[in-house]
Write a protein that binds this ligand. Structure first.
Ligand SMILES: Cc1ncc(COP(=O)(O)O)c(C=O)c1O
Length: 401
């Protein structure tokens, strides 16, 4: 499937030509825009203008400026998104704010097997607040009912499951939770930039996400936080000077800024934000609807190819075949998944491995093509058939898998 606006943007990805990159769900590639913004921020702004750049180049407003670039990608209004800190830290702030807003209840309900940081953060907040003010309950989202949420202050869950690539029904689950009297915080790590999102029309309370995956902001790029306008009166649990109403008045008393700025704490990385600002420029030239169409056609083609392959007899598809339940990566479970993943990488097919036996193939509609689905599947077939993955060098695990 081709789309002229996406075709135009593809050439701006500075990808190595000898590799098939299927790991944009972990780290998006460098773009010429991110690179140019970084060079400008370092050599001109920092190098020549030094401290004056905070005003001259709008560094001080970058978290809001970049937040406003993210807003249309996730279906949010301007002023409701801020780009700062990490997803984990932003989740802490969002959960704390939700507990303050819904203060007749004390329970955080989390999805049992979601990305671990989300549940560590919820438990950490509960420990800090004390058992009388906050408790965490883990639940199976696929079986969620209104009864499960009858005493829940806030439900925290992932839009796309990091292991299986399953996409959740955001409007449906948000409505179910709110009818049961709970607020909802969505983790958009694996959906921002590849799935059409409409946070405002789904009446989402809070959402958090990262910019280093499908938004291509760079390794360790800051996260983002969305808060519905009416929730921007809640307190930031880590109130710092950058969230103050008058930052440079240096007042002894904390007074939160109006609006989303109150969710800032301290000084943000201007260099990192500059790369994100550059990377997001590409999204001004394409529509998320078109990206979603291309993403679905890539994952559909990959799944269809897997079904025709002998591999379907020796691996399991963890990702739903139904388009409406699939994000932008496809996960296969198979024996010896780790050494197989290493052999794939050695062959130039860049994917990742997740415990206990999963290989994830991430399809980024901005730069992946149908040829990539074919190359990845043929490489996997050849590696499994030849048992090349049994070589000792493929058994060694590094810290990052
Ligand atoms: C679903 C999900 N949530 C949270 C995170 C962690 O976010 P961060 O390390 O940016 O805080 C990740 C990282 O990959 C993730 O996949």
């Amino acid at each position: 499937m081709t789309n002229p606006s996406i075709e135009r943007v593809r050439s701006r990805f500075l990808l190595p030509t000898d590799k098939v990159y299927l790991d944009g769900n972990s780290l998006g590639p460098l773009t010429s825009e991110a690179s140019e913004h970084l060079i400008e921020a370092i050599s001109q702004q920092w190098g020549q203008d030094l401290v004056a750049a905070w005003n001259k180049h709008g560094w001080i407003d970058l978290p809001q400026t970049v937040g406003n670039q993210i807003a249309p990608i996730i279906g949010a209004h301007r002023g409701n998104v801020i780009c700062c800190d990490s997803l984990s830290v932003n989740l802490f702030k969002a959960l704390s704010a939700a507990l303050e807003i819904n203060n007749t209840r004390t329970r955080i309900t989390v999805e049992a097997h979601q990305f671990p940081t989300d549940n560590y953060i919820a438990s950490g907040l509960a420990r800090l607040m004390g058992a009388d003010r906050c408790q965490v309950k883990a639940t199976d989202i696929s079986k969620l009912t209104a009864d499960d949420l009858s005493d829940t202050a806030v439900l925290a869950l992932s839009h796309v499951d990091y292991k299986t690539g399953t996409l959740r029904d955001m409007p449906g689950i948000t409505a179910l939770a709110q009818e049961a009297g709970a607020l909802v915080v969505w983790d958009l790590a694996h959906s921002a930039g590849v799935v059409e999102l409409s946070l405002e029309s789904a009446k989402v309370d809070f959402a958090v996400g990262c910019t280093y995956k499908f938004l291509n902001g760079g390794p360790g790029a800051p996260g983002f936080l969305f808060a519905r306008a009416e929730h921007q009166l809640a307190q930031n649990p880590i109130p710092g000077w950058m969230g103050h109403a008058r930052i440079f008045d240096f007042e002894p008393q904390y007074e939160p800024a109006k609006g989303i700025q109150r969710f800032l704490t301290g000084t943000q990385s201007v260099i990192a934000l500059s790369a994100v600002a550059g990377a997001l420029k590409l999204f001004e030239e394409v529509s998320v609807r078109d990206l979603r169409d291309v993403s679905l056609s890539l994952t559909r083609a990959f799944i269809a190819r897997w079904k025709r392959s002998p591999l379907s007899a020796v691996s399991a598809l963890l990702t739903p075949e139904n388009d409406s339940q699939r994000g932008s990566h496809v996960s296969l479970a198979l024996d010896d998944a780790f050494p197989i993943s290493q052999a794939l990488i050695d062959d130039g097919i860049i994917i990742d491995y997740r415990e206990p036996n999963i290989v994830r193939f991430g399809f980024a509609p901005l730069y992946n093509t149908n040829a990539d689905t074919e190359r990845a599947m043929s490489a996997l077939e050849a590696i499994v058939a030849s048992r090349r993955y049994e070589a000792p060098k493929y058994q060694v695990k590094s810290t990052v898998t």
